[in-house]
Structure formats: structure tokens, C-alpha cells
Design a protein around this ligand. Sequence first.
Ligand code: ADP
Length: 492
Amino acid sequence: MKRFIVAIDQGTTSSRAILFSLSGKPVYSSQKEFRQYFPKDGWVEHNPNEIWNTTKKVLIDVINKSKRLKGKILTIGITNQRETTILWEKKTGKPIYNAIVWQDRRTAEFCKKFKTNNKEKIINRKTGLLIDPYFSGTKIKWILDNVPKAKKLAKNNNLLFGTVDTFLLWKLTKGKLHATDATNACRTMLFNISTNKWDKDILKSLKIPKNILPQVKDSSDDFGLTDKSIIGKSYPINGVVGDQQAATIGQSCFTKGSVKSTYGTGAFVLMNTGNKKIYSKNKLLTTICYRLNGKITYALEGSIFIAGAGIQWLRDKIKLISSAAETEKIVKSLKTNNGIYLVPAFTGLGAPYWNPNSRGIICGLTRDTSQKEIVRATLESVAYQSYDLFNAMKNDGLKPNLIKVDGGMVKNNWFSQFLSNVIDIKVVRPKVQETTALGAAFMAGLKIGVYKSLSDISKNWKIDRKFVPKISKSNRTKLLKGWQQAIRKTLI
Ligand code: ADP
């Protein structure tokens, strides 16, 4: 009989479930998109019921597929969009407000005020994060302050908070478990990454009652059983891990100094820093990579807001291309970038700049500039932004000698090669690129003994292709000089 692990990958635009073989090969996957709500400028919401219904549908779909394959599902792992915040009534399970999505900026003003009195430094020491609307803490506060019945429900012990993993666990176990894992907890800005506990002082300063918070478990742990009434049978849930950390696990970045970089809509770089918390002097985040048997492994994280989203913009708004895949052929037809740079600061700049007011520019235009150069500059910009991140890491004393990449953009061989050229580091692409879902499956499998250890898991990682730097130092310096000039223009 075939044996499988199911990973639920609850993302920002869709819910997916993937059936994995025990060696980590995706056998079948099911995906359902759901609606994005933009009620006001800078606000982004999801309907928690749509998150749940789409998740339930894809899960049932893969379970039915496993039955058709005459296989057995051993366990389920969950990975999820991080930071997104849901509050619901304990007795009825009904959300009291829409999910406030990680991209939502409604608490920007509050965060600005909250930063005074050296607060950011204190928060950074405790949580590893910066004070920013991105994280859950101020989103919870917003719901408590703006939904009339929220405070009363909390007082009556009838209100629960969760990131998406917690909400799904609650639904899947039919209200038996209110829990999260450490990688999700550490993105709330309420979790102390040194004491491994919710931080009383931060809770107090944001007026968030502790009784609404979930229990924090390991990433590979006992997360209860799915209720029979939901998917016909009970299955154990044994893994929960936030999406970027899951990709780090899916890429087998288990040794200190190993790095993965995911190039999807945005790009996220995580470096495993072992049992050491590294506090960046260059605005990178200190985060929990995974927690196993109560022991934390830390990571340093940097994010780029616009990566593949720039390619989507070329396709959907500027209409220079009709598919993302076309970009490879277009850029290959040019020998150089002809001095054209594009800074895709469409929503401000992320690490290491963290400048919310920057906006995008294209510079170096001449009579000779064609659509090809603009396409090339958009692709190149993702490599230059990566350079800025790795340079920030280097300034923090950390220099990786190899980067494992994944995400939609790295299918583009030209991009993967150019990335290696610009960052001057070897880039490797794995065979299985569903690294996020795979990471959740690995955490679940680890708990039930399918894998004996992390090194046992890493035996399943297989290389697809390697890209080594192939340009001269002087050419790299010239390219980066042009980029730095362009960045300076957006920071003014
Ligand atoms: P997400 O998980 O964030 O939705 P994916 O990892 O699925 O993202 O990657 C999708 C992104 O990759 C899209 O933004 C798309 O524009 C980009 N992309 C896909 N194929 C290519 C390609 N061949 N070249 C460049 N970008 C690509």
C-alpha cells in the first residue's frame, strides 16, 4: 500500500493541498483561489470562511485522490501565510471581523506613534522584529479597538485570536485545539524569542488580553486529529510552520549559515543561524526558523516586496509581455541592459531600506530604449535587490557560499544565472520546487517517525541545476553602480 503525507499550504491568494510520497515527491495537488478584499486604500482583507471553505475543498480532493490510488495518509502538515490575523468567538467559532492580511497597512499611523521612547529597540530585542503594521500585534489591537463587541467577548473569555494556522487547526479539530507553532507565534510581535513565551510587557502596552492567545507548540508536534464530521475520517496533524520557514525546511537548510531564497510574488531570504539569535544592524529580522523538542533554531530574514510581482505588472498593467515565461527569450536577445534600471518600489522598499514612502522609477532612458530593456531591467531589479539583502547580511558578518532558490521566477534560467552573477554566490535550484508545502510535510513526518532526524530529511533534497557566477568583477561593479544610483533617486 502506498503511503502519503498531506501538506496544506494556505497562501495569500489560494489554498492548496498536496499529496507527497514519503520521499518528498509531489504526487497530486489541488488548488482553489479565494477573493481579496480592499475596503480602503492600504487595507487588505480575506474572509476567514472562504479561507476555511477553500482549504476544506482542496483537502477533501487530495484525500479522495489518495483513496483512488489505494494509498494511506499517515499525517497532515500545515503551512500558511504568516502574520494574517483572525479573531473569532470561542462558543460559535464565528469570526468577529475579516482576516486582516499581512500586507494591510491600516495600523501605520499607530506604529509610527508606538515607536517613540526607544520602543523599537526594546521590541526588536524581545521579538526580533521591527515595529511595523506587517506583524499581527497591531492588527489584533485594531480589531479589539474597532469591533464593538470584541472587548466584552474577551472579558467573558469568549474570544480567540489566531494566525491562519491556528484558525485552521481550530476548524479541523472542531474547536478542540487552540494552538500555533513557534514560527508563526514569532511573527505576531507579541512573542519573546528568548524566553519562548508570550511577552507580558508587550501585551500590556498594546492592551491585548492573554486569554485570547493560542498555546505555542513545536513545529513538529501533536496538533490533534481532524474531526470525522469534516473530512469523513480522523487524520493526525503533526506539523505546523509559517510559509517562509517551511520553505527553509523544504530546502533542507538545517546547518548554520545555510540560506534559501524564494522568488515568488515577493522574495524572502532566510539564513539559518543555529542556536544563536543574530540581531542585524542592517534592518534584517531575527526570527524562529523552527522549534523542535522545545529547542529553537533561529534565522535571519530579509524580504523584497516586489519580485515576480514586477513581472505581473509588466504583463497586466504595462502590457509589454503576455506571459511571465516570455521574459527569458526577450532578455536573452539583448547583450546588455543598455544602462536602463528599474526600481520596483511600488509599495515602498523592504529590507534593508524599510522605506514605505519610496515609489518606483525607470531611469537611463534614451531614444534607443525599447520594451526589451524595460523587461530586462525589471528582471535585473530582483537580482540587485537580492544583492542589497546579501550585502546587508555580509555587513552583519554573515556571508553564505551557496544559496538554494525556489519560487516561480527561478524557472527562468537567465534570471537564475544573472542572480548568481550579481550576488557573486553559487545558486542552486532543487528538483522539487514545492518547498513550502514540502517543509510542512517534513515536519509532520518527523513527528511520527517517517524521518528519524533532520539529516534523514535532507537525504531527500535533490539538485536540479547549479548556477555559478560568470561575469568579470569590473562588469559586476559597473552594473551595481548603476543600480545604486537608481536606488538613490527613489530614496529622495
Ligand atoms: P506565489 O507563491 O507568491 O504566488 P510563485 O512562486 O507561484 O508565487 O511564483 C509566481 C511568480 O513568478 C509570478 O509573479 C510570476 O510573474 C513569476 N514567474 C513565473 N514564471 C516566470 C518566468 N519564467 N520568469 C520570470 N518570472 C516568472
